[in-house]
Design a protein around this ligand. Sequence first.
Ligand code: NAD
Length: 359
Amino acid sequence: MEFNIAIVKGDGIGPEVVSSAMEILDLIGEKFNHKFNYREVLAGGSAYDKYGEPLPAETIDVCKNSDAVILGAVGGNQWDDLPRDKRPERAILGLRKELGLFANLRPGMLFKALEDACPLKTEIVGEGFDILVVRELTGGIYFGESGIKETENGPTAYDIEAYSEMEIKRIAKIGFEMAMKRDKHLTSVDKSNVLESSRLWRRVVNEMSGNYPEVELNHMYVDNAAMQVIKNPKQFDVILTSNLFGDILSDEISMITGSIGMLPSASLAASGAGLYEPIHGSAPDIAGKGIANPIATILSVAMMLKFSFNLQEEADTIEQAIDKVLKAGHRTSDIIINNEKAIRTTEMTELIKKEIDRR
Ligand code: NAD
């Protein structure tokens, strides 16, 4: 099969980790007889430097006309003082909006080989955990009406959390479908004891559960969920939640997996290209040193193969190769636990390629 992929390497370590992921993808193409065509475009600080815009029209156009988008990361200290609409991060928000990416999928899994990097006790994590957070990405308080009004108590700021039935339905559908592909357990997280928007959320999710009788659904208040992911992360399979709660919970879950350099993400639209990126930023402190961990980006590519191209076996091959390399004790500096020797980005990439080649 043949696929067209937009490549947005971005800033800092973005180009280093995306180049590694492209090497892996090319090898998968060779082994499984697929052709991946790339079109490289700029976004973030590098786009600002060249065009004076963090998200040029050409980038939007190429991304919209591709089968999927792979993104590294954007941002860096040299662009921190730019006006808001010129800042590199505007590129991410702009792409989400332009591509209609309403569903953010963030797996939080603990690789067995990295369990010592998990800050939780072994008796809590046992054989590891594997949670998928399905977060609504284009609604809720981050996109609601906001402002400041004068009151008798001085200026009063407000941000409105609003969700329509349509928005809840389409994200809940993704949550149920993901649960069907995994262990068939969905935890919907809300704050329906306090918030009207959460009460609608819960009602809609309950109504939809009738379409997925095989999925075991439970509801959890967000404050309890924040405790439960620390107390007993193994109880979760898929967590479905709003933009705000998902932002916080998925970061909390990333902390208990041991390294930010290991975690991928996918953002999906109702139709058209999905966007795949590591959860980490551009890591300016290590950019250009050749020591970044490429695994989060390589796992993002595996998600792309699974969710955008329906190539499950190819995705499994990548995940298994990474597992073997980690089990053999190879580590980039961010995941060193027991004085192992730190290897470079290129060495980690080569080792993963060797494992893929071996199958
Ligand atoms: P960061 O994720 O870039 O880095 C946090 C820490 O983790 C750093 O010490 C870094 O060296 C380390 N790290 C991150 N990824 C790593 C990897 N693959 N391998 C090894 N170590 C890794 O977060 P930050 O420092 O808060 O932000 C730096 C810049 O990135 C800022 O400009 C921020 O706005 C931007 N950012 C961009 C995105 C994105 O593009 N989606 C996301 C978050 C932050």
